[in-house]
Ligand binder design. Structure first.
Ligand code: PMP
Length: 392
């Protein structure tokens, strides 16, 4: 096992070693996190709507825990498919205006399980270069050809669609909002291309579900494109503040996945308390529009303040705001300096992002106030000057 020490040393020398930090919640303040002795403004969580500590969600979870069970006891195809699962899936299909829905334990299992169920040897997946790792891993598991197109480059995608036009099945897959850049997929163009070349289209709404659309359905609905997308995927761990994931689409799709998606078939169903929490969160996501409005306002303020200060925030157009630093060590120092100033914003380095684009990834929440954000920007500005990320 000596090789491990050596490899880890190399990672550490390149400022690429990762480590786990313990943190805990501040009761009643989902915008803050405790690390060590310090209470930090949390600008790195995906709790976009601030639902992670919602009293009604926590109450139904507690109730389900006390009246049902701690665990579901088996996979859904065995005896784990409790009634609340069935009801939740009906509500999800209704919310997404699709024929049917299927809940997965988490987004990683949904993406990897669905992609590997839909395609196999002799097929091809066209995948944006910046898609989430769970999509990439699903493609590897599927054993299909992996045709990666340059980020949002539709001409490159077209070239690949032509190159692989004779493959048996074709799947185009994209994040709706890219998790490390906060920019949006070109859904209109992807739909035209999928039609032209006879491909299926799957959209991952992990960072857009709850945020876009009149009832938080996601970016496809916001743009009126929901009926042109074959496979809708989203998570309950971010805007919903709980845990889990869904796939929505046709009845045939869901029937296929129940038979073929291995993470669904061979893994234990989510505990009843989680399913209860998701159901409550789904109702709140649809009802509490003010959370979306507040999130948009907070995101606009934060993005424009960083731009005015002269930072490079890429093409962000969402609550995910990258501050691109470039160098790995500089990103770590930036994050460390922010923590000393009471702001938690983690450095994201390769391989999560391409080489030379290490960054601080800010993600905003409806619970952040203008005052908190303005104070944070003043600190970010000072640190940027001090570390030479900004020129005076
Ligand atoms: N897709 C995207 C775009 C994500 O950002 C994530 C989570 N980081 C996932 C899928 C996986 O979701 P989960 O955390 O529920 O496994």
């Amino acid at each position: 096992m000596n090789w491990m020490e050596k490899e880890l040393e190399l990672l550490s020398d390149a400022s690429l070693e990762r480590s786990l930090h313990a943190s805990s919640s501040v009761s009643g303040s989902p915008g803050y996190t405790v690390r060590g002795e310090q209470v930090l403004l949390n600008l790195s969580s995906n709790d976009y709507l601030g639902l992670s500590q919602h009293a009604a969600i926590m109450e139904v979870m507690r109730e389900a825990l006390l009246t049902e069970a701690a665990g579901s006891g088996a996979s859904r195809l065995v005896t784990g498919n409790r009634l609340p699962y069935v009801r939740l899936e009906e509500s999800l299909a209704d919310w997404q205006n699709c024929e049917a829905a299927l809940v997965f334990a988490n987004g990683y299992m949904a993406n990897s399980g669905v992609i590997s169920a839909l395609i196999g040897r002799g097929d091809v997946v066209f995948s944006d270069q910046l898609n989430h790792a769970s999509i990439v891993d699903g493609i590897v598991l599927s054993r299909a050809e992996h045709a990666r197109y340059r980020h949002n480059d539709m001409e490159h995608l077209r070239t690949l669609l032509i190159k692989y036009r004779d493959k048996r099945r074709k799947l185009i897959v994209t994040d709706a909002v890219f998790s490390m850049d906060g920019d949006q997929a070109r859904l209109h163009e992807l739909i035209s291309l999928k039609r032209e070349y006879g491909a299926m289209l799957m959209v991952d709404e992990a960072h857009s579900g709850g945020i876009y659309g009149g009832r938080g359905e996601g970016l496809c609905h916001e743009l009126g494109l929901q009926n042109d997308v074959d496979i809708h995927m989203g998570t309950f761990s971010k805007s919903f503040g709980v845990y889990g994931a869904y796939i929505c689409g046709s009845r045939t799709l869901i029937r296929w996945l129940v038979n073929k998606a291995r993470p669904l078939i061979y893994s234990t169903a989510l505990p009843p308390s989680i399913v209860a929490g998701i159901s409550k969160a789904l109702a709140l996501v649809q009802e509490e529009n003010w959370r979306r409005e507040r999130l948009y306002a907070a995101s606009r303020l934060f993005r424009s303040s960083l731009c005015d200060a002269g930072f490079n925030i890429g093409a962000s157009d969402s609550p995910i705001v990258p501050l691109i630093v470039g160098d790995n060590d500089a990103a770590l120092r930036f994050s460390g300096a922010l923590e000393e100033e009471g702001v938690l914003a983690v450095a994201i380095r390769p391989p999560t992002v391409p080489d030379g684009t290490a960054r601080i990834r800010f993600s905003l929440s409806a619970v952040h106030t203008d005052k908190e954000l303005t104070n944070a920007v003043a600190r970010i500005h000072n640190i940027g000057l001090r570390l030479g990320v900004l020129s005076p």
